[in-house]
Design a protein around this ligand. Structure first.
Ligand code: GLN
Length: 611
């Protein structure tokens, strides 16, 4: 039976037990020590989409820099088990974790800002919670009781939170409750968090409320009424916030902050103005300047766990990155990004960020042009790409716009325009090469032409058996074996020590289709290089053209954007950026050798040693 090691009298003594005499239901994992793990709970008021994830990841970054172990947890209100089936147009991109979990784009924000890989334990949905409860019910886990929202569903939430704390040995679990207080979907999460604070006791749980101050142009002043009402709604749910972050277009004026402080019982120094900024990367330092990090340490009694030396080092590293982000950029480049969801930036959030990381490192000012290939004929492509310095064809599903994408690849390949193909963009490059270099008429993918005479891209059941996934999506981090003396080896290898032997890297996948191995020989005989493969099976994972054919043409069956981090830009994006800079300034180096500009692509990610 679950129990607590804690000896102080507390409700936790009822751990996991529920009798007819008691209404307490406080499931606690075996070996849980109360006081060891602290909790920061971030909730939204007034409206969603205020940037809870950005605020909480910025605040937790500050705390991580102090040497604390952080476990973020995103609680989603929807009933889907994961984000895999969600339309990125409505919901933003699907962010794939290393363990294969398909999650919300906020997990990407946490991974990037904390520079930390997360797992399926760091993400939950209402669907997952209900499933756990219903599974338990079917297995007779509730001892004859009727199963209720309170205490059983809320109990499951608390159990999950504590299990995460123990499993990741967290000093601080940072819980972000999706949606807004007052929603039906998240009401049980909010109630569970209230109970958590009650059970863990004072100094264990701190609540942060995000809110919104409106600036109606007709009035010309900031109005805090909606914020006050939103915070009241939270307090009606039994939660007293400790910190309030106020979203606003311009810096929140003292009078509005004072009103918010007064009506929510939160000291003024803990009411933070989260106005629009030139860059969200300055939020951690702005928070530090207001002393918010120390406030959290005091609220949760964490001062004793701080490592000052670590904090100083991390702060300096971050300061340099922010300076790079803010400085005037030397090189102006235009990158074309094709996509069905071209009008919605959130659908490509990680690509946008990966470009930002590489651009900051190489001092490039990037203009991203969204190319809607569903509105483009292949004949219009050369004109449309005339002003680009590089093109990315990102991941995607379905047939719409694919012919124009293939035409984009072809244009890049034939004119020397730098190209990066991601997942579907890799497959488009294979189709282009098969059709127009190997002359395989009708080369296509069974994804959009099931009757294609030559499906060079196909679902291969025998491969799926090997991977043990039986026709489903191939998901998550996998090894890729890199061939020496290739562009990929140059990008992913240690520039100081070029690899002479194959070596492996780890990248994240999300695909169902792949190159049919029967065509590999033909494609390679015509000059296409498969420089990254599955270590054992004939699954092609990186393709490229050699330097005598093209300055920078590369494709990946995986998603390089998912592992780019501000201080460790992803090598393929670094390569593309360097090539784009070269393309934009051809006179800078009239006859550049590939090696010369690739030498700039050094990043802490290309430190892999030969396998
Ligand atoms: N639709 C392709 C596949 O399933 C590509 C997937 C992707 O781009 N993420 O293989």
């Amino acid at each position: 039976m679950p129990h607590s090691n804690d000896t102080t009298p507390s409700l936790l003594h009822e751990a996991g037990q529920q009798s007819h005499q008691s209404e307490f239901f406080n499931p606690v994992p075996d070996g849980y020590v109360r006081g060891r793990h602290k909790y920061l709970v971030v909730l939204g008021t007034v409206m969603s989409g205020l940037g809870k994830g950005i605020f909480s990841s910025s605040l937790t970054k500050l705390l991580k820099d102090k040497g604390l172990t952080i476990a973020p947890l995103k609680m989603e209100g929807y009933l889907n088990i994961d984000s895999g089936t969600l339309n990125p147009y409505r919901h933003g991109e699907v962010f794939v974790l290393d363990d294969g979990m398909e999650t919300d784009m906020d997990l990407g924000t946490y991974e990037r800002l904390l520079d930390q890989n997360l797992t399926r334990d760091n993400y939950t949905t209402s669907g997952q919670i209900y499933r756990r409860v219903l599974d338990k019910e079917r297995h007779g886990g509730y001892l004859g009781r009727d199963v209720q929202m309170i205490p059983h569903v809320t109990g499951e939430v608390k159990m999950m939170v504590r299990q995460l704390a123990m499993k990741q040995n967290a000093d601080l679990v940072c819980i972000e409750v999706g949606g807004t207080v007052g929603d039906h979907e998240n009401a049980f999460y909010i109630e569970a968090m209230r109970q958590l604070a009650f059970e863990e006791g004072p100094g264990s749980v701190a609540f942060v409320a995000l809110t919104y101050v409106i600036e109606p142009p007709a009035l010309g002043e900031q109005k805090s009424k909606a914020a006050q009402l939103g915070l009241k709604k939270l307090m009606e749910a039994g939660i007293q916030p400790h910190i309030v972050a106020v979203r606003c277009q311009s810096p929140v004026e003292a009078s509005a902050r004072e009103k918010i402080a007064m009506f929510s019982n939160v000291p003024l120094n803990r009411v933070f103005s989260m106005h629009d900024r030139e860059s969200v990367y300055t939020i951690p330092e702005d928070l530090r300047k207001t002393g918010m990090d120390r406030e959290v340490l005091s609220l949760l009694d964490l001062h004793g766990r701080v490592n000052q030396v670590h904090e100083d080092e991390e702060r300096e590293r971050w300061r340099k990155f922010v300076a790079d982000i803010k400085r005037k950029r030397a090189h102006k480049v235009t990158i074309g990004l094709t996509g069905k969801y071209a009008s919605l930036r959130d659908a490509y959030a990680s690509i946008d960020k990966a470009i930002e990381h590489a651009a900051a490192r190489l001092h490039a000012q990037v203009n991203i042009e969204w190319i809607d290939t569903t509105k483009l004929t292949p004949e219009q492509v050369p004109d449309r790409l005339a002003s680009m310095d590089a093109v990315i064809v990102p991941g995607g599903f379905g047939v719409r716009g694919t012919e124009a994408k293939i035409a984009c690849v072809r244009h890049c390949r034939e004119t020397g325009l730098p190209y990066l193909g991601i997942c579907l963009g890799f497959q488009m490059a294979v189709i282009d090469y098969a059709r127009y270099v190997c002359n395989i008429n009708g080369a296509s993918s069974t994804e959009f032409d099931p009757q294609a005479p030559h499906p060079v891209i196909d679902i291969l059941p025998e491969q799926k058996k090997i991977e043990g996934l039986g026709g489903n999506m191939r998901l998550g981090g996998k090894d890729v074996l890199i061939k020496p003396d290739t562009l990929a080896a140059h990008l992913f290898g240690n520039p100081a020590k070029p690899a002479t032997e194959p070596f492996t890297i780890r990248q994240r996948f999300r695909h169902r289709f792949e190159v049919d191995p029967r065509h590999i020989e033909t494609l390679e005989a015509s000059g296409l290089v498969f420089s990254g493969r599955h270590p054992e099976h004939p699954i092609m994972q990186i393709l490229e053209l050699p330097p005598d054919k093209h300055p920078f043409f590369i494709g990946a069956q995986f998603h390089p954007e998912l592992t780019s981090r501000p201080l460790r830009p992803q090598p393929m994006f670094m390569g593309l950026m360097a090539a784009a800079i070269q393309h934009a300034n051809p006179e800078a180096e009239p006859e550049p050798t590939r090696d010369r500009w690739l030498a700039q692509c050094e990043t802490p990610q290309n430190t892999q040693v030969p396998a």
